[in-house]
Design a protein around this ligand. Structure first.
Ligand SMILES: [Cu+2]
Length: 278
């Protein structure tokens, strides 16, 4: 009997907005009914460039076609793919067709499971600024998985050195700032150029559950750079050439991997750091 009741409840939930089952009204917020649709490919071949393609289905059933535009990073659709062991990340802002189709050539380098995060910024008024949709991607073969390395204050990417000069006690929901320097291979401070609307992207994933959060460092005067978590907000900045103040704001404690990404001298650098959050 209990099982029948829960099945009825489930079918009412699945039926969506304001549907009724057995006289019971259940209303679900529209944000929960966006979903990925027309998705391909079903499976990836490691090391091979493939067309990742999908639409975002709205609660009405029609594909989402209008997205936020502007100079900051909070526009369009962000595609972030992370290997399940957090060993590597792919971050793109793909073009969006007039029909809402989103396509990007993607190479998953090794076999294994990857988490796809589609972070969408629809052009609509109201409190919904952006939302995320998730999907597992599989690259055929024996999965590659490496243990997460411990925190190291200096990470080298393409010969550039990224050094974290402070490590505050990080706590869930509490904003904090990491001071980093980026130096060129010759030791001079790196000059950051905007990439995907920001001078630096700090992409956070929690080990295991792969919870996601994202903050930015923007050029002076660029709007749409603040990350919001409930009532809390955080914005990073460049304090002087080669010096970054990166905002950290994470929803839950645990071991997190920060992928810091920025563009210097025409190349995109990705520097991962392991962080422990109480
Ligand atoms: Cu970003």
């Amino acid at each position: 009997m209990k099982r029948v009741a829960s099945l009825l409840f489930l079918s009412a939930l699945l039926a969506g907005c304001g549907s009724s089952s057995g006289g019971q009204q259940i209303t679900i917020g529209a944000a929960q009914t966006f979903e990925l649709a027309q998705f391909s490919p079903a499976r990836f071949t490691p090391g091979q460039a493939q067309d990742l393609s999908f639409t975002i289905k709205q609660p009405s059933g029609a594909p989402l076609t209008r997205f936020r535009k502007g100079p900051g990073p909070h526009t369009g659709v962000h595609v972030i793919i992370v290997r399940s062991d957090l060993g590597l990340i792919i971050h793109r802002h793909p073009p969006i067709g007039a029909d809402g189709r989103i396509s990007e050539k993607v190479t998953l380098p090794t076999p294994g499971r990857y988490r796809l995060v589609v972070d969408a910024y629809p052009a609509q008024s109201g409190p919904l600024r952006n939302f995320q949709l998730f999907r597992w991607l599989v690259a055929s073969g024996k999965p590659v998985s490496q243990p997460l390395p411990p925190f190291r204050p200096t990470v080298t990417a393409d010969g550039y050195r990224l050094t974290m000069h402070n490590l505050p006690r990080l706590r869930a929901i509490k904003p904090a700032f990491l001071n980093l320097t980026i130096t060129r291979p010759d030791g001079r401070p790196a000059v950051l150029t905007p990439w995907f609307g920001a001078l630096a992207h700090a992409i956070f994933f929690r080990a295991g559950a792969l919870v996601y959060f994202h903050t930015h460092v923007c050029s002076a005067g660029v709007s749409g750079c603040t990350s919001v978590l409930g009532p809390t907000r955080v914005t990073g900045r460049v304090t002087r050439p080669g010096h970054l103040r990166v905002g950290v704001l994470l929803p839950v404690g645990g071991t997190w991997r920060l992928f810091l990404q920025c563009k210097v001298d025409g190349r995109v650098l990705t520097a991962p750091f392991t962080l422990s959050v109480a």
